[in-house]
Ligand binder design. Sequence first.
Ligand SMILES: CC(C)(COP(=O)(O)OP(=O)(O)OC[C@H]1O[C@@H](n2cnc3c(N)ncnc32)[C@H](O)[C@@H]1OP(=O)(O)O)[C@@H](O)C(=O)NCCC(=O)NCCS
Length: 176
Amino acid sequence: MQRSKSKSHASDLVFKIRRFRPVDLGRVTNVIREVYPPKPRRWALATFRYHVRHQQAGIADGRTFFLVETNGNIVGVFGTHTHIWGPPDIAWASWFFVAKRFHRSRYALRVAELFFARLQSSHIRRLYVETYSAHPDYSLIAGILPKIGFVLEARLLNYVQSGVDMLYFAKDISRL
Ligand SMILES: CC(C)(COP(=O)(O)OP(=O)(O)OC[C@H]1O[C@@H](n2cnc3c(N)ncnc32)[C@H](O)[C@@H]1OP(=O)(O)O)[C@@H](O)C(=O)NCCC(=O)NCCS
């Protein structure tokens, strides 16, 4: 793909990763509104509002989100969700997006790298992603996951509707 000359490449910029805080909700909401189609937008916003309500009440909801920023601007967001009843070293990815102005500059790959490096200092050793095959709202991610080290491990046939499967991808965080 021919990239715009005015666009900075990921390697030109300084990226910082940090934990999401309730005060970030407004800016994260703006990014979600610009990148997701209506249905996933609704679910992503509901997840973040739910998370913030729990953070403010001092209740763990099993989710941890990280923001990657450059010059104070949000580049991308990636999170995990650990089941309260599940093994503590296994987590599920919980939303992954890049702000629109940074799309198609390989920033998704950079955001993911920083996120995985950060997970290495946590108790999480295996990260799973569930996503749909051939679904218009999530069409890109199944193609991107293998590029950031995920392996397709299982497929639940016709989960959403006939011809749209649930795909399960996994990545071993202890072997980066
Ligand atoms: C999916 C998303 C994170 C990709 O971010 P990005 O920064 O534009 O992606 P990158 O530039 O790092 O590209 C990563 C790879 O995906 C490919 N890609 C990215 N956008 C693409 C598009 N619109 N069409 C086809 N391929 C695309 C790139 O070509 C690249 O592959 P390559 O290494 O073979 O060239 C971004 O489009 C997004 O935030 N979408 C909305 C949220 C979403 O759908 N999240 C996933 C489900 S939670």
